[in-house]
Design a protein around this ligand. Structure first.
Ligand SMILES: NC(=O)C1=CN([C@@H]2O[C@H](COP(=O)(O)OP(=O)(O)OC[C@H]3O[C@@H](n4cnc5c(N)ncnc54)[C@H](O)[C@@H]3O)[C@@H](O)[C@H]2O)C=CC1
Ligand SMILES: O=Cc1ccc(S(=O)(=O)O)cc1
Length: 480
């Protein structure tokens, strides 16, 4: 499989030679270097921000229909190249190739949806309360150049969400993908440019994440910051944006509970749970983490869950038989071990896995922990990896309280066959996305965002576009 030569897109030019040096991009399945990524220096970051300022003026001047047509052409190009982009994604990130193909085609769908929404960015006319007013309108206008920061777990989907909405609204962008997975984003950026987005309206930079984000957020050309990543970094970037009163969207971490009710179809719930838990090796912000199981059926569930976890085929994403790939980078392995060791030290039971796999690559065994005390790290922080925690409960009220106990609220799930219980849980679970009897809460047409510390704002759906706009009250009086 081929991996492309990496370049940054700054002020209308692709650059392979940059002032910030370069860093290796590693295949997480083999730990081998597959490419070198040029890094931007401060002057190049300034060039990108200034270009975004000029690009914004050109891009916002296009009609909604023109923007829609260009973005739909970009979506088509992404779809046509889905296999190639997916191969790059799997090489740099590790997930199974079939998952990468699905991610890339879904990214094209996200771009299509936001492109169409550009034509529906309606305002409204409000009857004036005083005489002599011809029209009193509420309209939405693009917020301005956006600095977008995306992580390594969904190298196509997450840049697509930000690029699609920002560009559909008429904003220009400087995007910084994760340095671990830059190739996928580079191919998406190329598709947008080839489709007709003005070269200065779309910039891609990489570098030291903290230096790049700090520089861009402080830069006067940047009007809005959009970040996907950890709660801790989200708070830092949000604070920095707030100091300039710049707009901020944060898609941050979660700690999703799953309540399996006494009346649930256990075999369906278990099959769905295993697929959702170990998809992308658990590196999904809305991934299920805490499974609350009725005490009377805890033994039966634990046994079947462990058996299914052990049966998962781990391997390189390029192997068609692989069900779970490696973790995306070396730091994740160390972090998984800390989660497991801490839980066991505090008295939890390790039912399976719990260690790095004995093979090259950043593989960590599918891990199941039971009865983790509430103060264990795995019960308070997002493991962001292939670790499931099984907890017994006695009453549904108790399970709901436990599910809502953390300061996060991104995804939450439940399984029941009773319609009343389904509605009750749908209301009671405190999260931006609640899935009853299914985990598919991330869809291009639906808003995706967190409650509590899990984030601010939403991406995708009609709401996603609105976060890239400002509201203007526009009153036109009768000329004197
Ligand atoms: N919500 C999500 O989709 C993601 C959440 N995370 C969370 O982050 C935790 C740690 O992930 P790691 O990669 O090990 O650590 P990390 O915190 O170094 O990096 C996480 C992501 O944030 C970016 N980042 C870090 N500091 C930044 C800064 N100052 N400015 C801009 N971007 C910055 C990195 O480039 C990377 O893409 C995970 O355990 C998980 O909880 C990580 C990736 C995606
Ligand atoms: O990490 C967040 C995230 C990204 C993508 C998806 S999905 O592939 O659209 O399901 C879910 C969560």
């Amino acid at each position: 499989m081929d991996y492309p030569e990496l370049a940054l897109h700054i002020a209308g030019r692709w650059r392979t030679q940059t002032q910030g040096g370069r860093r290796a991009v590693i295949d997480p399945a083999t730990e081998e270097t597959i490419a070198h990524l040029p890094l931007a220096g401060r002057e190049e970051l300034a060039e990108a921000a200034e270009a975004a300022r000029r690009g914004f003026i050109q891009w916002r001047a296009k009609s909604a229909l023109e923007r829609c047509n260009i973005l739909r052409a970009a979506a088509q190009k992404i779809r046509e190249q889905a296999k190639t982009i997916a191969q790059v994604l799997t090489l740099e990130q590790g997930k199974p190739l079939a998952e990468s193909v699905r991610e890339v085609t879904l990214s094209a769908d996200i771009v299509d949806f936001q492109a169409e929404e550009a034509k529906r960015l309606y305002g409204r006319l409000v009857p004036p309360r005083v005489e002599g007013i011809l029209s009193q309108a509420v309209v939405r206008r693009p917020v301005g150049p956006v600095a977008a920061f995306t992580p390594w777990n969904f190298p196509a989907n997450l840049p697509a969400r930000k690029l699609a909405s920002a560009l559909a609204a008429g904003c220009s962008v400087v995007i910084k993908p994760a340095e671990e997975t830059p190739g996928t984003c580079m191919l998406l950026v190329r598709a947008f440019l080839d489709a007709g987005v003005p070269p200065e309206a779309l910039n891609m930079v990489c570098g030291d994440p903290a230096e790049v984000s700090s520089f861009l957020i402080d830069h006067p050309a940047i009007a809005k910051v959009s970040f996907t990543g950890s709660v801790a970094v989200g708070k830092l970037l949000g604070e920095q944006a707030a100091r300039h009163v710049k707009r901020f969207t944060g898609e941050l971490g979660g700690h999703a509970p799953v309540i399996v009710c006494e009346d649930a179809d256990f075999s369906f719930a278990l099959k769905s749970s295993i697929a959702a838990k170990f998809r992308n090796a658990g590196q999904v912000c809305a991934s299920p983490i805490r499974f609350y199981i009725p005490r009377s059926r805890f033994g039966e569930w634990s046994e079947a869950f462990v058996q299914a976890a052990r049966a998962l085929r781990m391997g390189p994403g390029t192997d068609a038989a692989t069900q779970m790939g490696p973790l995306a980078h070396a730091r994740r392995i160390e972090d998984m071990q800390r989660f497991v060791d801490d839980a066991v030290e505090r008295g939890a039971q390790l039912l399976c896995g719990g260690q790095r796999a004995q093979r090259p690559g950043y593989f960590f065994e599918p891990t199941v922990i039971a009865n983790a005390p509430p103060d264990s790290r795995v019960m308070r922080q997002e493991p962001f990896g292939p670790i499931a925690v099984l907890q017994p409960y006695d009453t549904l009220d108790e399970a709901i309280d436990s599910a809502n106990a953390l300061p996060y609220g991104l995804g939450a799930y439940a399984f029941t066959r009773d319609l009343h219980t389904a509605h009750r849980l749908g209301e009671a679970l405190e999260a931006g996305m609640v899935g009853i009897n299914h985990f598919g809460v991330s869809q291009p047409e639906m808003p995706f965002g967190g409650w509590k510390e899990s984030g601010i704002g939403q991406e995708m759906g009609a709401e996603g576009l609105l976060h890239y706009t400002e509201v203007k009250t526009l009153t036109v009086g009768v000329p004197a």
